[in-house]
Design a protein around this ligand. Structure first.
Ligand SMILES: N[C@@H](CCC(=O)N[C@@H](CS)C(=O)NCC(=O)O)C(=O)O
Length: 207
């Protein structure tokens, strides 16, 4: 069997790595993932590929690339065809808008995630966790209103905006299992869970 042509460097519990492994699976790419970052650390080769000391990085023989949302855009354009790379500039902008929006959401979620998942109970800053949770809920309210009109973040069909935000919905609903306050977002999360590639690469135990 030949080696997969598409390599993803990054630990599997990273939100940003999950975007890329999930999308690669949605696209049916023959890919391999190599553990890098976190407890795995970074080799000299890893740092040569990505000097930011961050994951993910990808390589497909044509380009070596970092920044997860840029990677997802590249994958849509190079491997997704019109199904994933929306050809209409307005459709594409409306879908990609959520990728930039996700960056703000990710920053808002950081204290809640690190506090509840990575810290021992006696080390937690409960006020920071509460403020983070509140900021996330406020931002998800924007998503809730959008989903009252559109089935997906990316519009009438799943697209790159959903790929960028999907891993964060898994951590939100895992840490806040009562979806009652955000029924449309909860419904989207359930539809994502029904996708085998999301279930395998994103909906894993938080760590
Ligand atoms: N803007 C970057 C952020 C990448 C990032 O912050 N990655 C985290 C994991 S989600 C990381 O590499 N942390 C250090 C580590 O894992 O060692 C992207 O979207 O790719």
């Amino acid at each position: 069997m030949s080696d997969p042509f598409f390599t993803i460097w990054g630990r599997p519990n990273s939100h940003n790595v999950k975007k890329v492994t999930w999308f690669a699976a949605e696209l049916g790419l023959d890919f391999r993932r190599v553990d890098v970052g976190g407890s795995f650390g970074f080799s000299e080769e890893d740092l040569a590929r990505n000097p930011n000391r961050l994951v993910p990085t990808i390589g497909d023989g044509k380009v070596t690339l970092w920044e997860s949302n840029t990677i997802v855009r590249y994958m849509a354009a190079e491997y997704g065809g019109p199904r994933w790379y929306f050809t209409d500039p307005i459709d594409r902008a409306l879908a990609e808008r959520w990728m930039d929006w996700q960056a703000g959401y990710g920053a808002a979620q950081k204290d809640m995630y690190l506090g509840l998942v990575r810290m021992a109970a006696d080390q937690r800053d409960e006020a920071a966790i509460a403020a983070s949770r509140e900021a996330c809920a406020r931002q998800l309210g924007v998503l809730e209103a959008h989903l009252a009109q559109f089935a997906w973040l990316s519009g009438h069909q799943i697209g790159v905006g959903d790929i960028a935000m999907g891993p964060f919905l898994h951590s939100w609903f895992t840490l806040n299992p009562d979806g009652a306050a955000l029924p449309q977002v909860q419904d989207l999360y359930q539809r994502l869970l029904a996708r085998p590639a999301y279930a395998e690469h994103v909906a894993t135990a938080l760590s």
